[in-house]
Design a protein around this ligand. Structure first.
Ligand code: SAH
Length: 254
């Protein structure tokens, strides 16, 4: 009895050791398998979808603006950690407490500027440089001011690298505009002050438009389209409620 049990054990062991009985071999997936989504992101298709569903479907229809939005590589303006969200219709952090605006808002503000190729435009709030790139894509002469030095520095490097080498970036408090290059055919402000800076109004050509969000920090802000109708007159139209980062002031500002 004891002997036959031993024989049985040996048989079991032998069977277990034969190649057929070995657990099936599962090859380790190649490393690339974990990342194709990342590497094969079709940014062109994502951009087309962003424009179709987040810009055109939301009412921005200017063909030149749509084309510019479909051309500028937004993913180059967002931190790597947010790459997969680059073409979603919401703002994203760009560091230093600031954000790159939502694509729809960029498109709306650009459309409302009522500009044409060759016009000179001033942007206050360079941030990532994305809005400036969209303006440059329209064939505009772009001047942009950023108050946070590292952001100004990054945009100064990023824009020419992406082919937008005509964009002039300045590190300064944009409250005072860019008097040497005034007057402008349009002014776009991408941070929200609690009032419209007078120097910016003065640097706007008569007949030109400024698009600017105005409102208290953390409170209700309204996006205004301000048409300068004369030396001392303006016509304002509300483009609706918005949420922008605050327009800050240099501690050295008067
Ligand atoms: N247009 C940007 C969005 C930037 S968010 C883009 O496309 O990415 C607004 C930017 O305005 C921030 O970078 C902020 O630092 C800047 N800003 C705030 N107050 C400013 C001021 N007084 N002068 C210039 N830039 C200012």
């Amino acid at each position: 009895m004891r002997c036959s049990r031993a024989v049985l054990m040996i048989c079991v062991l032998l069977v277990a050791c034969t190649p057929d009985a070995a657990p099936p071999f599962t090859p380790t997936p190649p490393l690339a398998f974990t990342a194709p989504e990342f590497h094969e992101l079709d940014f062109t298709e994502q951009r087309r979808l962003m424009v179709e569903t987040g810009v055109l479907a939301w009412g921005v229809e200017d063909p030149a603006v749509l084309e510019a939005m479909e051309t500028v590589p937004r993913h180059e303006f967002v931190p790597v950690g947010y790459l997969s969200m680059a073409y979603e219709n919401h703002p994203l952090p760009i560091g230093y407490g600031q954000t790159i605006s939502q694509p729809y808002i960029v498109a709306l503000m650009t459309q409302e500027l009522n500009v044409e190729a060759g016009d000179r435009v001033l942007e206050i709030g360079t941030g990532s440089g994305y809005q400036a790139a969209v303006l440059a894509e329209l064939g505009l002469e772009v001047y942009t001011i950023e108050i946070i030095e590292p952001l100004a520095q990054q945009a100064t490097e990023r824009l020419p690298r992406l082919g937008y080498d005509g964009v002039q970036v300045r590190h300064a408090d944009g409250y005072y505009g860019w008097p040497e290059m005034a007057p402008f055919d349009a002014i776009i402000v991408t941070a929200a002050p609690d009032h419209v800076p007078q120097p910016l109004l003065e640097q706007l050509k008569v007949g030109a438009v400024m698009v600017i969000p105005v409102g208290p920090v953390g409170g209700y802000q309204e996006l205004w389209r301000i048409l300068r109708t004369g030396e001392t007159t303006v016509q304002t139209t509300s483009l609706g409620g918005v949420s922008f980062v605050p327009f800050t002031r240099d501690s050295g500002s008067p």
